[in-house]
Design a protein around this ligand. Sequence first.
Ligand SMILES: [Zn+2]
Ligand SMILES: [Zn+2]
Length: 241
Amino acid sequence: MSQVYKGVHFIPGQDEFIPDSHVYVLGVPESDDLTIVDVGLTGKGEYKAGSIKKLGIDPAAVKRIIMTHTHLDHIGCLTEMQKAFPSAQLWVHKLEADLLEKGDDRAVYGMDMFKGMCQMQFGLAPDSFKFNVDRKLEGGETLEIGGMVWDVIHIPGHSMGGIALYEPAAKILIPGDVVYADYAIGRFDLFGADASKLKESLGNLAKLDVDILLPGHNQIVKGVPSEYIKRTLKMWEPYLV
Ligand SMILES: [Zn+2]
Ligand SMILES: [Zn+2]
């Protein structure tokens, strides 16, 4: 666990056969109002919760878990994390929240073949991804949380209810799996994905001034070159139709 910026901690994912998403903890410690962004793959709760507690964070200070989207590599250990942080609410974009509340796990597994494989690998029961969502985000909200201000931006394309969190003062962007370091973008072939919406979402992110990029996987980037997302979009544009 390392501090990326005052009020932003980074816990790297521990990939195994399947990727495990990074976790970010937002909020200045003295606020007692902390937010976990994404939790990670099934089985990684002990590692993630342990990393957070090692910082000396009181579990009761964790007030919410916000999902950038609900793919298994981001939401897999949610039950484990809810046990570790019992006062945390769950905030998800409404399009994926509605599915979670019905126990519709198509957005979690992304494809049927992957569902069967993961259920076997992790011993998951068919109803493992039914959750009550405390706040359904839509995009356009300004969240004043943990002594910081974060804008919520709906960025569909990789998944239907994907969101980014953007902190305009320090120019920090948390885009989930929509854009990564090294000019990479998220896949757009799973359930709920849409190449043309991904293009539009990248276009919206390209309008932001970004200095620190905190994606769901791989490297985090400090000192993002100017027009980085715009150039990334340009490279991928021919495929996003
Ligand atoms: Zn994803
Ligand atoms: Zn991911």
